[in-house]
Every structure is written in C-alpha cells, then in structure tokens.
Design a protein around this ligand. Structure first.
Ligand code: GTR
Length: 414
C-alpha cells in the first residue's frame, strides 16, 4: 500500500549511486561573500577562520570558554613495557572550572630509544585496559556502554574486558616504527549518551544551567577539547615530540579527531579512520548515514543548530570538505572500508579530493584524481587515502598504512 511504502522509503538509507542528488561542492578558495583566495595568507587569515566559525556555529558547537586550570600527574610508569622495547606512562589529567572538576587518564607507550618520539593520539571506545593485554593498565571507573561480548554490564568496566580491543591497536608496529601511542577512554571526557548532566559540559554551566545552549558544543566537540588538553600534557613530556602529535580516531572518534585537528593547529596531522557522516564524508550525497539520521540517533553529538540541516543538507553553506580543508597544510589521511557503506567511502574520498587546491597553495600534493583509488592501493601524498576490504573497524592493514605514511610526512628526517 502506497502510504506505507512512502513512509518506509523515507527511512531507508540510500546505497544507490544513481540516486545521489546532484550538487556542487562549494569552492574552498572563494569566501562566503565571493572573494577569491589566492595565497596562503588569504587562506590562514580569512578563509580558514570563516570555515572554522561555520563548523563551530552550525555543526559541532562552540566551546563556552576556557578552563580555570589544568593539572597533570604521572600516576604509573615503567621503562620495561612490551618486553622492554617501550616506556609506559599513565597520566591523570585534572580539569577545573567553576569550582567543579573532571579527570581523565592518558595511557602512553613510547619507544624506549632515548628520543623524543612522534606519537599517535586517539581515543578508545571501552577503556584504556581494552587496547592491550598489559595488566598494569588502570581500569577506568567512568560510565561505559554495556557490551555483552566484552563482559561489560551495569555500565561498569572490569578486568573481564582487559585486552578485548587489542586488534584495533597495532602497538608493537607503532613502537617498532619509531612512534609512540597515547590513548584515552572517551567516556572519561564525556559519556556517550544523551545526557548533559555529566562529563565535560557540566563544568562550564552557569548557575541553574542544565544543557549547553543551542549553538554550544555537543559530545564531539567535548571529545575534541579533551584531545587538546591531552596535547597540553604531551607538551610537558620530554619523551614526546609534541610538534609531531597525530590526531587519530575511528568512526565517531574519527569525527572528534578531525574536529580536534581543525580547532587546534598544534596537531601535526590528522587521521580519519572510517569517520563517515559528520566526519570526512560529504553530507550532500545523502548516501548511507544522513544528517537527519545521525541527529535522531545521537542527539548529543552535534550542536542543536545542526538539526536545521536534517533532510536539508543542500542548505549547508559548505560541506564536510570544508572541515578537512582546515587541516591544511598539515598531513591528512582519510581511510574507508569497502563494507562500511554506511560511512559512504566515495563521499569520504571526494571530500579529501576537494581539499587538493588548498594544499596546492602550499606546494603540497593532495588527491588530484576524481576517481577513487582501487581497494588495497593506498595513495600517500600530504593528503592520503585508502580503501581496504572488510568492515567498519581499525585493522593491522590500516595501521601499516598510517605508520608508513607518517614516517614520510610527519616524522623528523634523520
Ligand atoms: C554508528 C554511527 C556512525 C559511527 C559509528 C561508530 O552507529 O551511525 O556515525 O559514528 O556508529 O562510531 O562506530
């Protein structure tokens, strides 16, 4: 019956390339009021700031001010981690505002080579103790999403989930490649639920306030803010090369990694692993996950202002390539997976392709071709892309690519 079909059709995601709406990706080198940007100073002083403000006001939301203070304490450490090849440190970061506080923990592994190492910094989904079998890793007491497969119930993390996510973190390869790894449980910065009474937001409330204002930050911006506070610590650690910290993230945490890189120019590079809608992927293609769907399922991720684009993506003054462009001229890696159509691999590729002219202003190479590279054939320029076989995930293959690219574009030449 016709009305029912119409109703379901509305909720069926589109996976058919021929049904992608016709749209033009706005030119990155023309300002919103039509002025051409011809050089790096026009980019840095005019266009990049206006793009940043657009995403701040319309997509992720503004951060309402600064912390009153911040402190760091190394609460655990060893120079004999991973059989002696690595240094391990666990750092408590305490954030203070309006007489309230919130703490999170950084788990840091560094090559045991006496050098200040470049590092990958990225959040994990279920606690620092899940990314490794190392029994010294502190188990977070923050709220966690229940997960039967991982033995997580009552929103509480226990040792039952130790090491359940090791496959997503190629620690040995990272260390052997000369890089360190810093990770944080994202739930310590803001629990991933539609509830603004906890996490980072609450610290910034004025008397009587219970929710961020319509144009203020959702969870993604809070996670991005947390990455910057982790970078504040890393700048104080002489075992870290703080000028070479790569913001990394998968999926929703890839969205956060991108926004962190756009908001904070101190990040040396950004890697988006399968970040999809509201991350690397173009919204106007309406392929797989859409703005309306993401706002309905995760009302707390973006600012309330973003809901104006629900089923109205064409109204966006700039699409997600305007987010990726803010990383320029720093190295940027966008990666997709064949079976992750929900994240729209083609939309992720095109978005990265469109930033090429901005990198060219700096004499750097982007992704000149409109045609996507073949599966398993990565393109490594200052802007890099690969699509691999398999599902929405982070694999050894992904890390092999990131490490070899980062050696070339981020690490200091010997
Ligand atoms: C999905 C969501 C995606 C992506 C993913 C994830 O449910 O629709 O945007 O963020 O979760 O984070 O794994």
């Amino acid at each position: 019956t016709y009305p029912i079909c119409m109703a379901t059709a509305q909720f069926e995601p589109n996976y058919d390339e021929t049904k992608v709406p016709k749209f033009e990706a706005s030119d990155l080198l023309t300002t919103f009021d039509g002025k051409k940007v011809n050089d790096t100073s026009g980019w840095e002083n005019t266009r990049r700031p206006e793009l940043y403000h657009f995403f701040e006001e319309q997509v992720y939301g503004k951060v309402p001010g600064k912390l009153d203070s911040l402190s760091f304490e190394v609460v655990e450490g060893s120079t004999e981690a991973l059989g002696g090849k690595a240094i391990r440190k666990q750092i408590e970061v305490d954030m203070f505002k309006n007489g309230k506080s919130l703490s999170f923990h950084i788990l840091l592994y560094l090559p045991n080579n006496g050098k200040a190492s470049p590092i990958f910094l990225g959040y994990n989904f279920y606690g620092n103790h899940t990314i490794t079998d190392d029994s010294n890793v502190i188990i977070s007491n923050a709220w966690a999403m229940d997960n039967e497969d991982f033995g997580i119930s009552d929103n509480t993390l226990t040792k039952a989930s130790r090491g359940v996510r090791t496959h997503r973190w190629a620690i040995e390869k990272i260390i052997d490649g000369g890089f360190g790894l810093a990770t944080i449980y994202y739930g310590e910065v803001d629990p991933d639920k539609n509830d603004f009474s906890d996490g980072l937001h609450r610290l910034f409330y004025e008397e009587g306030q219970t929710n961020p204002k319509a144009d203020e930050w959702g969870s993604i911006a809070a996670w991005a803010f947390g990455m910057s506070r982790a970078l504040d610590y890393l700048e104080t650690d002489s075992d870290v090369d703080a000028h070479r910290v790569i913001s990394f993230g998968h999926s929703r945490l890839g969205k956060a990694a991108l926004w962190a890189g756009a908001s904070d120019q101190r990040f040396a590079a950004v890697i988006s692993n399968n970040s999809g809608c509201g991350g690397a992927a173009l919204s106007k293609r309406k392929f797989g996950e859409t703005v309306g769907r993401i706002n309905a399922r995760f009302p707390h991720w973006f600012s309330d202002t973003f809901t104006a684009y629900n089923d109205n993506e064409e109204a966006l003054a700039i699409d997600q390539h305007g987010l990726l462009a803010q990383i320029a001229p720093r190295p940027l890696y966008v990666a997709s997976a064949e079976d992750d159509q929900w994240a729209d691999p083609r939309g992720e590729y095109l978005s990265a392709h469109y930033v090429t002219p901005v990198y060219q202003l700096y004499g750097k190479k982007g992704l000149a071709r409109t045609k996507m590279p073949q599966t398993g054939s990565p393109v490594h320029h200052t802007v890099a892309y690969h699509i691999r076989t398999g599902k929405h995930d982070v694999t050894e293959y992904d890390w092999e690519q990131y490490i070899s690219w980062a050696k070339k574009f981020v690490a200091k030449e010997e």
